[in-house]
Design a protein around this ligand. Sequence first.
Ligand SMILES: Cc1cc2nc3c(=O)[nH]c(=O)nc-3n(C[C@H](O)[C@H](O)[C@H](O)COP(=O)(O)OP(=O)(O)OC[C@H]3O[C@@H](n4cnc5c(N)ncnc54)[C@H](O)[C@@H]3O)c2cc1C
Length: 393
Amino acid sequence: MAQQNFDVVIAGGAAIGSSAAYFLSADAGFKGRIAVVELDPGYQFSATALSAASIRHQFSNAENIRMSLFGTQFLREFATRMAVDGSAPDPAFHEGGYLFLATDQGLATLQQNQVLQSSLGADIALLSGAQLRARFPWLKVDDLAAGALGLSGEGWLDAYAMMQGMRRKAIAQGVQYIKARVTALRESAGRVVEVVLDDGRALACGAVINAAGTGAAALSAPLGIELPVRARKRSVFYVQCPEALPGCPMVIDPSGAYFRPEGQGFIMGIAPPPDQDPDATDFEVQHALFDEILWPVLAARVPAFEALRCQRSWAGHYDMNLFDQNLIIGLHPSVGNLYFANGLSGHGMQQAPAIGRALSELITTGRYQTLDLSRLGWQRILADQPVFEVNVV
Ligand SMILES: Cc1cc2nc3c(=O)[nH]c(=O)nc-3n(C[C@H](O)[C@H](O)[C@H](O)COP(=O)(O)OP(=O)(O)OC[C@H]3O[C@@H](n4cnc5c(N)ncnc54)[C@H](O)[C@@H]3O)c2cc1C
């Protein structure tokens, strides 16, 4: 069997894998060889390529807010950071804002979150029902107590272009991308010593990053590590509406339904009810969800949506952390050189830059330098102390 040596092997080369590859190869403190093993260079079924590609600072937990604030900074600096031979892909970042809506029931949480978000530097304004009506006359606000609107820094982008920019830059910095499936992580004396590929190769490694998204749990299970991450299907619908909705941000309805502008129309979606949300195995769109739940809910919120037409749709898989819907990052205590960055539960594209930077710091210096993510490590899982995120969309 052919063997090659790398200091770091990254399993999975989409947003998280490519971000880790970019930051590590850009780090002056890291001199090693990096390989990214990606089974599908077309990224057809990756969550990154199928995502709703939006970024918000409106989380309930400080680490998530800070990671996404860095995501915004990264996007604003994208053209300079990602330039190769003087050019970079355009991530088409549009700072259109998020609008989280709350009824009386959700008001206290909305207010509490806004205080935390603002204290960390997010530009979020609380709007009363009357202010919402004045600013968004196309929105029904009768049942609402307030809304929290991102005035800058939040919005949407081309997630595929962002990922390709990081991948391209990583390659320019010497990272080797390998088209193959990782079939096994071979362990000896509490360390992964080889990454086994389906083309017969075995890559000797100093460290491994598991960035395999919904494939991550299967990779670590044979090592006796139970990653509480499962695939959950989420469908996205592209619709056209005969009326314009001036100033429309990404709107999060109290029901959990969302919509935002996309091209000449809008994209929208909602999570299925929890009892109808099994492990996802296919990519069939949940049309009944649109007809029976999503459309009625959103037509009640935006009367112009009564006349919308669904023109296309797709489904992707969230890598859902069933334990507390948050990132699991860092080393597992039982394997000394296996790093994880999984369970992003629907907000990983925007946090990929912060996660790649964090992994690079951990590998290069043994600790977080810029943003302490230790609360999101394995310890909380093993100690059964969840760090919940309230704002999971
Ligand atoms: C419908 C939908 C909407 C979303 N909307 C948003 C949003 O608006 N904002 C946001 O921030 N996030 C959003 N997300 C979540 C976000 O897309 C993900 O959290 C993020 O893309 C995860 O990146 P990743 O690199 O970990 O995983 P992925 O993008 O899934 O990549 C994992 C990669 O690993 C590869 N792989 C898997 N197993 C192996 C193996 N054994 N060997 C080699 N390669 C392997 C796969 O081919 C894949 O390319 C959404 C997700 C979905 C599905």
